[in-house]
Design a protein around this ligand. Sequence first.
Ligand code: PLP
Length: 362
Amino acid sequence: MDFPSPKSNIEKLQTYKPNFGKSKINNLIRLSANESALGVSLGVTDALKSLTNSLNRYPPQVSDELISAISKRYSLNKKKIILGNGSDELISILAQTFLNSDDEAIYTEFGFLQFPQAISIVGAKGVIAKDVKFTANVDNILSKITKKTKLIFLANPNNPTGSFIPKEEVIRLHKSIPANILLIYDAAYSEFVVNTDYIDGSELVDKFENIIMLRTFSKLHGLASLRLGWGYASEKIIQNLMKVRGPFSVNTAAIVAGIAALEDLEFQKKSVQHNLKWKLWFEKKFQLLNLEFQPSIANFFLIKFPNEAKYNAQKAESFLASNGILVRGMKVYGLSNYLRISIGNEEENIKFINKLKIFLEN
Ligand SMILES: Cc1ncc(COP(=O)(O)O)c(C=O)c1O
């Protein structure tokens, strides 16, 4: 029987599954999605209260107010900023804007899963560059470039590994790629980074046409539910992306909340300090529990479990879930011995480590 069939590449594709974990327990501790440990700024909550009198109105296609606030907060050129419905949307429209079906796009072995998803949706070919020690490797990325390469996706810091490549390696990568290849530099977790050898990519965008920096309000600013991300690139790239982006994809609540979040420097500072403090605490605890972990510059850790029937990662994930704690299984990345855990608030972190201890000691 005839039926409306989707394009063959879509038919073959699996739906992206965020996998926040499951548990029957109420009052869950969710350490599975790298969300803000401290919630949101009170300024955001207050700003959202004023929303009710404009719910019948479409949002502006481009919010000059939010763009100005981003430009002021991060000292960037207003004309080079694009807003999106989460940086996920920007990743998708970058693939739609730049990839023909016979083009190739490179992404890293343990890179963010939305990259291959966006590439497959447009029917282009994704090419994997192997990591070295769970870290993106510039030589491996460069070795994958062919005449068909149009895009290179690099998350720095990377999710789920928490690793990063330093400034000089980012510059070497950018210098070595031909001018017709666009480097998509996803700096979603950059606000948590304090390492002096890290760059968020904006200085390269100010000098070159073939790089876009992606950022999000979902992590440090705690606005994951409102879906707000932004990109920074040449005006020409922004203009082309705007042809593809939905006209009203950034809603009024996100705009209002985004502006308020940027104003609250205290909340941002507190969140970064909280993250640094608990990152050190977790490192010590993992060492005491004899668990291997990847050093992380972001707000989460990738930890390795023994490949033993009793203490493996799946068993740990189920045990934690049965105790109301959700963590992220890593099977989809081919890392079945690993779990990713986000840094939560004080109470969540302590409960998580206590339960993990019980699991490993029984
Ligand atoms: C590396 C990376 N990029 C982008 C995103 C998506 O962020 P958003 O919530 O803005 O779509 C995430 C979310 O987990 C991420 O880890």
